[in-house]
Design a protein around this ligand. Sequence first.
Ligand SMILES: *Cc1c(COP(=O)(O)O)cnc(C)c1O
Length: 382
Amino acid sequence: MTKEKPMNELPLMGTQEGIVLFHPNIPKNAATAVSEVLSTRWIGQGPKVDEFERKFEERFTAPCKCLAVGSGTDALHLSYLLADLQPDDEVIAPVFTCTATNIPFLYMGVKIVFADVDQNLNIDVKHVEKLITEKTKAIVCVHYGGLPCDMDELWELGRKYNIAIIEDAAHAVGAKYKGEYIGSQSDFTMFSFQAIKHITTGDGGMLVVKNPELVEKAKRLRWFGIDRSKKQNGIWENDITEIGYKYQMTDISASIGIAALDEFDEHLAHRQNLYKIYCELLKDIEGIRVIGSEYTDREHAAWLLTAEVDNRERLMKHLRNHNIESAQVHYRNDRYSIFGGRVVGQFPKMDAIEERYIVLPLHAKVTVEDVYYIAHVLKKGW
Ligand SMILES: *Cc1c(COP(=O)(O)O)cnc(C)c1O
């Protein structure tokens, strides 16, 4: 038995030496696709961006419309603008998510009202309903780890109180809710193509818009407020009346995204298979529960394998001693000063799980054998 060392004294592992927590999923044809783009006239936003949007839309989001942008955060900010959120409006957002979900509200002076988690770290819909006031203009939900939220209940709240429903689907490309792809139904949906998501374009994102009347406005806001297609006619006909941003995707990125779509089925199947094997192998080990595995009406996109565990710190050291990385990845957002700092007692389910969740390796480079090894190491106890 090796003597346990404090975690910060243990060496960080490279890809060769152990099982890392994340690794980018680079499509086989990415380099060829990029080099083709680099020999054309268009490297910024051009025909490849159009093609990526069209293919992503056909695959996942139709009848909702796709706009490719520079990051998932850009897509969220645009969706908040398009939902017409104004300073002092309230939004209900999950207390547990990537900070990117909530930071754009701070750009806009919108008041964030955090909602607690459910037993699978998704937003707790019952808590959401209690938080709705006259000022509530939107509800944002995050499909944590790839598990769809309780969408029927959220859409019902949206209808009942006339509130926009915005899905942060950064973890959920390919996830399904009651047979339909995530991204095809809500007012707005965002996907992220950041380095370690299912599909990466280096950095990038997709804004999905349900109301076709908002699409032209979305395009203008993505590009300074300018109507690019008019501008390309080469004549002055182009006043700027809204303040836009520079949130477009480039053709370089889009070409990687298109290559990733070609391989997507295979990649998703690999992730979902690893998730399933984790569930089977960890099911009988005491002190560990895989999060998000008990539904039959929705399909998990298996971006993260998160487990609720006893003695998390001991478990992390135990894994580290066997060259297996693990981490919390996301933290409750009310811990951060920018969101006002931690509120004790308001989020009982978050409080209860805060010291108990852990993310284990699941990505393109993880093999079935790796998962067996991880389960074996866990079985020994920690
Ligand atoms: C990755 C992520 C984002 C942000 O996406 P970027 O593309 O990095 O801007 C937002 N929300 C969640 C839940 C994420 O995991």
